[in-house]
Design a protein around this ligand. Structure first.
Ligand code: EPZ
Length: 425
């Protein structure tokens, strides 16, 4: 397993091009299963999760061509017919977003056999809201030996779905399924993330009739079929927030080109309160410190537009070097503080009580070998390593490969002393 080695203490300066958003690209790719017409998706990041979903979609019958397009890639996907309704455990267990094939397979083909995803490092990750929604649309759901066997032989029908908990994936899955259902579907308490709006825009370009994406009430009028479309993936607001934290912790100044301030409201608000200067430019954001020291800020993670759970680890890393204390409360996932003990090994002062972590600022972090446990925790450790004295070695960097496109190259170009060390074969 490869590691990333960072010699900290260097202020980062320069430009970082923000890649397309992983969490937008994945549902957009799944949408190919809804139609036999070609779907061209540009600004797709080069990530392990994209490769995993590509192989999953291909075994369902999608024909996928990939063209390099500068720093990103352009995928052309077409699914003339569903060749196989089974999404196997060995793929689904690696990437929970695989569950997003459930809605499209059901809507297009009337059957899906999708492995239960199982848990992951940050929590047990249930899919009950996905299944409840599909039942509301007339699907029959059976659990068979670790698989969800969903059938809708007469097609799906429109329905009223109220989500008791806001769920990004369930909102996306049901929006896709409802696009081909007979009649209208209403999603109440829908997730409002920008990635939902991006997916709705693509589905609409394919001919879907969707109103209210980005609000908590989405109405989808089913159509008989969906056609061709071209769509560019929105920029990754979490990648942008991660590099903003890197700029701040290293006392640097980064121009995050392609970043969209309108997608990052709560993150930027917290960073400014902590002492960041954020300048909007024609093509992104410039992030630097407004003063020498940063202040601790109390934060509670919430569904969008609240502070994103996917930014929690990165913020915690930043808060370890502030001039005061920060109380960080994680309300979305039940086990998303695994970066805390690793940061503590670097000299951070963090006390975790259940869903809250008290971070007391220290004067300095010291480099150490640390263990990545999940995607965003890994980025938190990289951010801490950029400021720590000495050398930090982040192990198990395959986690980072899932969500950060060319991380070492992007940080090296801004002056970081960072390298990827290949594991001995
Ligand atoms: C998406 O996951 C993102 N992944 C996650 O990003 C992100 O953390 C999460 O949304 C929240 O913003 C992708 O978009 C591929 P949820 P998702 O359904 O859809 C519970 C990253 O680091 N829940 O909004 O799986 C669930 O357990 C990843 O990029 C149910 O109870 O998240 C959680 O507590 C990590 N039943 C809460 O809802 C369900 O059926 C929010 O989950 C579904 C979810």
């Amino acid at each position: 397993m490869d590691s990333i080695v960072i010699r900290g203490g260097i202020p980062l300066t320069g430009d970082i091009r923000i890649s397309g958003a992983k969490n937008a690209a994945l549902p957009l790719m799944a949408a190919t299963l809804l139609s036999e017409a070609p779907l061209e998706i540009s600004n797709v990041p080069r990530l392990a999760d994209i490769a995993t979903l590509t192989s999953l979609l291909a075994q369902h019958g999608a024909e996928i061509s990939i063209r390099s397009d500068g720093d990103s890639q352009c995928l052309t996907l077409a699914t003339p017919a569903i060749a196989n309704v089974l999404a196997p455990y060995d793929i689904v267990r690696k990437m929970r977003a695989s569950i997003l094939v459930l809605g499209p397979l059901l809507a297009r083909h009337g059957e899906a056999m999708v492995s239960l995803p199982g848990g992951c490092a940050i929590g047990n990750r249930p899919i009950d809201l996905h299944l409840k929604g599909m039942k509301e649309l007339g699907a029959e759901i059976r659990l068979e030996e670790g698989y969800v066997h969903a059938t809708a032989p007469k097609g799906l029908k429109g329905g009223e779905i109220h989500f008791p908990t806001v769920s990004v994936g369930a909102t996306e899955n049901l929006m896709m399924a409802a696009s081909l259902a007979h009649g209208a579907t209403v999603l109440e308490n829908a997730a409002r993330e920008p990635e939902i709006v991006d997916l709705a825009a693509c589905l609409t370009a394919m001919g879907a009739k969707i109103e209210g994406a980005g609000t908590d009430r989405v109405v989808i009028e089913g159509v008989a079929r969906l056609g061709p479309a071209r769509h560019a993936v929105m920029p990754d607001r979490i990648e942008a927030g991660s590099y903003a934290a890197a700029a701040l912790i290293s006392h640097g100044k980064l121009h995050l080109t392609g970043a969209r301030a309108d997608h990052m409201g709560s993150t930027l608000e917290v960073l400014v309160k902590a002492g960041a200067r954020i300048e909007e430019t024609a093509d992104g954001l410039i992030v630097s410190r407004a003063a020498e020291r940063l202040h601790g800020i109390d934060v509670i993670t919430q569904p969008y537009p609240g502070f994103a759970t996917d930014m929690q680890a990165q913020l915690m890393a930043l808060m370890t070097l502030c001039d005061s204390a920060a109380m960080i409360t994680e309300t979305i996932f039940e086990n998303r503080f695994m970066h805390a003990p690793e940061l503590t090994r670097m000299g951070a002062d963090i006390t975790v009580h259940g869903a809250s972590a008290m971070v007391r600022g220290v004067r300095q972090l010291k480099g150490a070998p640390v263990m990545a446990t999940d995607l965003r925790a890994s980025m938190g450790l990289v951010i801490a390593g950029l400021a720590a004295s000495g050398t930090t070695t982040v192990n198990r960097v395959y986690h980072l490969d899932r969500g950060y496109d060319r991380l070492v190259e992007k940080l090296t170009a801004c002056g970081a002393a960072i390298e990827r060390v290949r594991a001995a074969a």
